[in-house]
Design a protein around this ligand. Structure first.
Ligand code: HGY
Ligand code: MN
Ligand code: MN
Length: 414
């Protein structure tokens, strides 16, 4: 039977609250890729790993990697975990809850060795906030993060330079790639949406993760005097960008399942009495079915071009990332359903609108995700929450999932 410890739920919540203190913005939670608070997170979790008898190291991509070996040296590895980085002014559970639950699942084994090793991963970069592109940490495990090394952040620092400043060796990045047999990847994450709460259920099983595109758009017009420049002689970059923001919302509202977001807008020169000469904005476009997203994209970019050209404004569109919609592994999903049923819990399927490291690792190994209810459906916000009883349920399902995998000898015919 599942060997869980009743205290583990409180251990998980206490760990999330302690880790929330590691931030670059005291009083709120902001922990971007390779920023100093990551050292504190690594130290805190390494201490827990060592108390559990795990080995621990930080790889060349800044990922924390902690292993609980299997019953045999040549055993395959089941990867657990999630990301350690956050968005600005974040909640205390997005990403970090999955990493903490990884350690809690090892603790729940009470020293039991499974027919596979467990490696708990704390990914260094998933949100894509600092460099505009996501998944540097998980892509490094596949050996494909190299092209991101020369991306520059708002301060002009490249990923390569940031790795060096963090005390890592960018040249050693290939050493972060996983070696040996991977049994799969299992990530527990808050839902970040309203579905489980609306259904009155604590956990859900992810069937697929929506595909997404992210772009930077730069509208370049001409700054000039707000008082003396007639409307028809203006080249107002922000007016063009503003039309684009509304067009993106209109298209998404009229296309079932499509979400379009302009989350960032930077206007220059940024004075009330100057017509904006430049407006730089982001675009985040997602749908569970790639064909819908890819049909919407050219329409949206063409409208942006139209709003620009009718104002004598030029438009530069810079793709930042694209990930395809990713189904989770059917056998792992079936085992998760069985684990939830064995734990006496309802186990609805749901699609993830949020991106996750699981969609990257799914390219290399079977991947599965368990969602935990988000009270208020809120995330990427300081009021992001979890219920203690839902953490208890997630631990019960995760523990049972490991035992069911172990009962199959950790091969699972994958
Ligand atoms: O933006 C997302 O989909 C996730 O929070 N990384
Ligand atoms: Mn996340
Ligand atoms: Mn997030």
């Amino acid at each position: 039977m599942t060997r869980t410890h009743p205290h583990l739920t409180q251990t998980v919540l206490d760990a999330c609250h302690t880790l929330a203190e590691f931030t670059t913005t005291p009083g709120s939670i902001t922990r971007l890729f390779l920023t100093p608070p990551m050292h504190d997170v690594h130290a805190y979790l390494t201490d827990w790993a060592q108390r559990l008898g795990m080995t621990s190291h930080v790889d060349a991509a800044g990922n924390l990697r902690c292993r609980w070996e299997g019953s045999a040296p040549e055993a395959p590895t089941l990867y657990l975990g999630s990301h350690l980085d956050t968005v600005p002014n974040a909640g205390a559970y997005d990403g970090i809850l999955g990493v903490v639950l990884g350690f809690a699942l090892v603790e729940a084994l009470g020293g039991q060795r499974l027919p596979f090793a467990l490696e708990v991963l704390g990914f260094s970069e998933e949100e894509g906030v600092r460099y505009g592109a996501s998944f540097f940490g998980s892509l490094a495990l596949l050996g494909t993060a190299g092209p991101m090394l020369d991306l520059r952040d708002a301060g002009g620092q490249t990923v390569r330079e940031a790795l060096t400043a963090f005390g890592l060796d960018a040249q050693a990045l290939p050493s972060a790639e996983i070696t040996g047999e991977a049994l799969g990847y299992f990530e527990i994450h808050i839902e970040q949406g309203p579905v489980l709460e609306a259904a009155g259920q604590s956990v859900g099983i992810v069937e697929a993760i929506a595909g997404q595109n992210r772009f930077d758009l730069t509208f370049t017009g001409r700054a000039s005097h707000a008082g003396t420049t007639p409307m028809l002689l203006r080249r107002d970059a922000l007016a063009a960008a503003a039309r684009f923001v509304v067009a993106a919302e209109d298209l998404a509202r009229s296309t079932p399942g499509l979400v379009a977001t302009v989350g960032m807008m930077d206007v220059k020169p940024g004075a009330g009495n100057v017509i904006p000469g430049e407006a730089r904005c982001s675009l985040d476009l997602r749908h569970a079915r790639d064909e819908v997203r890819l049909a919407a994209l050219p329409e949206l970019l063409a409208s942006a071009e139209g709003f620009a050209s009718e104002r004598g404004v030029t438009l530069t569109v810079t793709p930042k990332m694209e990930v395809q919609a990713t189904p989770m592994h059917p056998q792992f999903r079936a085992l998760l359903h069985q684990a939830a049923a064995d734990a006496g819990l309802p186990h609805p399927d749901l699609v993830s609108g949020a991106g996750h490291d699981a969609m990257v690792l799914a390219a290399r190994m079977p991947a599965a995700m368990l969602f935990v209810r988000s009270p208020g459906g809120l995330s990427h916000h300081p009021d992001e929450a979890v219920l203690a009883e839902d953490v208890t349920d997630a631990l019960a399902v995760g523990s049972r999932f490991l035992q069911l995998l172990a009962a199959e000898g950790g091969r699972h015919g994958l």
